[in-house]
Design a protein around this ligand. Structure first.
Ligand code: PPS
Length: 299
């Protein structure tokens, strides 16, 4: 994948997307979910890898410990809609194929789709779905650095332009505002959806793992839960090559920015100017009208 040119955003059914997430659309939409599949849904950079790793440890940490040291997280929890291949060097990374190859039960599956794009079999099978949301300011900053280092994402450009693009919803997978709101609304009619927040996970990882276990109907020994809480701390994940994406060097340039970058709540303060913060807050009030959906930008 050495020479990839950066993709352009286009409108896809009202959502900004890039080819590698729409090329396999038919197969993804016809994907047959199983009743015990667990779907992890997020807006990009909201804590997907963190919760992927927690789920994998909860389900398979005890029964298949080798899995933790030999299989990268993006193969244990495949990204359903991604489809990247390069016939020139044989590189192939097709999430829907990876999911079908999983021999685990349950299968853990990642998506960044806004709720209206989720294949219908997940609803028909009443699968458990975990949604993770992160406050927009930190989410934006994390996304900016991700686009800088990831060759299959659009170029990040200047921070000031990226900032405006985020407010306009001109990001891969569309508007953050539509994404978090769409999934929040879905919770009202689809009870098998557990909506969690990056900030809560940062503040009380153990408590959030307990809530996840209740939702999943898992009874896990308290000592094991304590151990998992330690394993998924930022510094431990950052040095874990099976969780830190360092095995995807074809696509990601860690010299520009590491995948496990800072892992903080409030890093937006190091990026937003005073004027940007004022503009953001004003715009936010207009877009986020549901008082029941509240985010914390500091903890
Ligand atoms: S992706 O590409 O959409 O799957 O990225 P995603 O995993 O959703 O988000 C990456 C950000 O999550 C941070 N992260 C963590 N923070 C705290 N603790 C742990 N354990 C952890 N694991 C991942 C990661 O550092 C990215 O955030 P930033 O702010 O860029 O550091």
């Amino acid at each position: 994948m050495a020479s990839v040119s950066r993709p352009q955003l286009f409108d896809f059914n009202g959502v900004s997307m890039i080819n590698c997430f729409t090329d396999n659309w038919e197969n993804v939409q016809n994907f047959q979910a199983r009743p015990d599949d667990i779907l992890l849904a997020t807006y990009p950079k909201a804590g997907t890898t963190w919760v992927s790793y927690i789920l994998d440890l909860l389900y398979f940490g005890q029964t298949a410990p080798d899995r933790q040291t030999s299989i990268p997280i993006y193969e244990r929890v495949p990204f359903l809609e991604i489809s990247i291949s390069n016939p020139e060097d044989g590189f192939r990374f097709v999430g829907e194929e990876l999911v079908k190859k999983l021999d685990t039960s349950p299968r853990l599956i990642k998506t960044h789709f806004p709720v209206q794009f989720v294949p219908k079999s997940f609803w028909e099978q009443n699968c458990r779905i975990v949604y993770v949301a992160r406050n927009a300011k930190d989410n934006m900053v994390s996304y900016y650095h991700f686009n800088r280092m990831n060759a299959v994402q659009p170029a990040a450009g200047e921070w000031s332009d990226f900032f405006e693009g985020f407010l306009d919803g001109k990001m891969v997978f569309g508007s953050w505002y539509d994404h978090v709101n769409g999934w929040w609304q879905k919770k009202k009619t689809f009870p098998n959806l557990h909506y969690m927040f990056f900030e809560d996970l940062a503040e009380d990882t153990h408590g959030e793992i307990n809530k996840l276990c209740s939702f999943l109907g898992l009874s896990v020994n308290p000592e094991i839960k304590q151990h998992i809480t330690g394993q998924v701390q930022f510094d431990n994940m950052k040095k874990n090559d099976m969780a830190n994406y360092s095995t995807l060097k074809e696509i990601m340039d860690f010299k520009t920015s590491p995948f496990m970058r800072k892992g903080k709540v409030g890093d937006w303060k190091n990026h937003f100017t005073v004027a940007q913060n004022e503009k953001f807050d004003e715009d936010y009030k207009q877009k986020m009208k549901d008082p029941t959906l509240q985010f914390r930008t500091l903890i």
